[in-house]
Ligand binder design. Structure first.
Ligand code: SD4
Length: 344
């Protein structure tokens, strides 16, 4: 069945689809594809220290021989559900008008991809992105259209603005100063929000499964106090996420505008194609961002995390403070401080 027919069929099956669990259904779809032969390294990597918990969820799938696409989705759902985290999913800081709007994308090794942007009232944006990929002829759905699609797929509407996020927003309204800072995981965007190790930026997660299949996902509530309708890099294929099964995968975190300007994750993958290691490719892309708009980029954070098709991983950031979590058979909880252009 082609994608268009599948999409129409899905729409007609609205009630039946509503009964399905997004995760169970998504896992079934990936499992249906015939896996290539088993290879070597099995690994999942993700951005920031909250990536450790995300990796554990992904590893539960990878360690049983599961599909990398299921793994990255499961991993990304962990911070999406964590209300202590104010930059992803439920509990994310809202835009300047008080709306929590989510951006997410997902991609496999064969350039199948999906995304949602400016999605409201649905906790697991990454799972909606996967439905866009698997059940529509499209790549990106935005705003109310994305919400209507999610509802048609059985996702439940909920208020994502937690009391803590609402309090922070009301504090911010007192000055209404939009001045994103580097490393939002340890800064407060000027809102007087306590510095908290549970405040983070975007999660980008990349996995290589036992059958040598790469996949990636990226999900965020975006920049706190952004203009209504603002979309960052995370749902944009090639900016916040890119996967090429013949080469590697890359994802980004930090100031999305600077990443979009440089097609950042695509650039990292292309540099790996030319022979750079994941760390070297990430560094080159960071330097590109920095050189394009030095005065803006100097003040903010952009970081890339990459993994090649052999499972070698590396990252690089503009500012000190970026870390990434690595999980494999040897160690499921490694947290690596990234190299950066500027020291702390
Ligand atoms: C974005 N990269 O939307 C994401 C996360 C972020 O400031 O908000 N960074 O740009």
């Amino acid at each position: 069945m082609n994608d268009r027919r599948r999409f129409l069929k899905t729409a007609a099956m609205g009630a039946a689809a509503a009964a399905l669990s997004p995760m169970a259904d998504a896992a079934g779809a990936a499992a249906a594809a015939k896996p290539p032969a088993a290879t070597g390294t099995v690994r999942v990597v993700s951005t920031w220290d909250f990536g450790v918990a995300a990796n554990h969820a992904a590893w539960a799938i990878l360690s049983k021989g599961g599909h990398s696409l299921d793994a990255v989705e499961a991993g990304a759902r962990v911070p999406e559900a964590d209300i202590r985290n104010h930059s992803v999913g439920l509990g994310g800081y809202p835009d300047r008008d008080g709306h929590v709007t989510l951006d997410a994308s997902i991609m496999d090794a064969e350039a199948n991809c999906g995304g949602v942007a400016c999605l409201e009232n649905i906790e697991h944006a990454v799972s909606v992105a996967r439905r866009v990929m698997e059940r529509t002829p499209h790549v990106l759905l935005v705003g109310d259209g994305a919400l209507q699609f999610a509802l048609s797929q059985g996702f439940k509407k909920q208020n994502l603005l937690t009391p803590a996020a609402e309090k922070a927003w009301k504090e911010w309204l007192k000055t209404s100063k939009y001045q994103p800072q580097a490393n939002s995981e340890v800064r407060d965007y000027g809102a007087g929000v306590p510095i908290d190790k549970n405040n983070h930026d975007t999660i980008g997660i990349l996995a290589l499964d036992a059958h040598g299949r790469l996949a990636g996902a990226c999900t965020t509530s975006g920049a706190a106090w952004k203009l209504r309708g603002r979309v960052g890099d995370s749902p944009i294929i090639g900016a916040g996420l890119y996967v090429d099964g013949a080469v590697g995968a890359a994802t980004s975190t930090g100031m999305g505008e600077e990443v979009i300007r440089n097609a950042g994750s695509f650039l990292v993958v292309e540099l790996m194609r030319q022979g750079r290691s994941p760390a070297e490719a990430s560094k080159e892309a960071v330097l590109r961002v920095l050189h394009k708009h030095p005065s803006t980029a100097r003040k903010t954070q952009v970081a890339f995390l990459a993994m090649n098709k052999d499972g070698e991983a590396g990252g690089y950031a503009i500012q000190h403070g970026f870390s990434y979590a690595v999980c494999d058979a040897k160690n499921q909880s490694a947290l690596i401080p990234s190299s950066s252009v500027f020291p702390g």
